[in-house]
Design a protein around this ligand. Sequence first.
Ligand SMILES: [Zn+2]
Length: 134
Amino acid sequence: MKRSKFTPGNYRLAVKRASAGRGLFALEPIPKEVCIIEYVGQTLRESEWLNSRNRYLFKLTEKHTINGWNKENKARFINHSCRPNCEIEIRKGRVFIMAKRAIKPAEELTYHYGKEYFDAVIKPIGCKCLKCRS
Ligand SMILES: [Zn+2]
């Protein structure tokens, strides 16, 4: 069987302390443009998440959101950055984290959470990403 572009590579990753709480770090080099990990969880409808206080939600569409609060989902620890090394690709309702560029061992994985989320949630408290702190 042909390996899909969206098959996550089996890269060693670790959850560690980061500038914004916990973060997910690469433990080995990751080449550019590969799929690193899938953001996994149950897909919720609007009525199910609207009043949720869950901090680990990934908005797929206006009506559908993935509940990232489950132990298997290491991708929930990936923090926002304004100059990220990963990017999101959504494919058939599934969310994949792709390497935007080559990533070195011990680098923290980050992706841009999107303008809407940034303006509503991150901006008011101040962005803690490397770019904004330097
Ligand atoms: Zn920032």
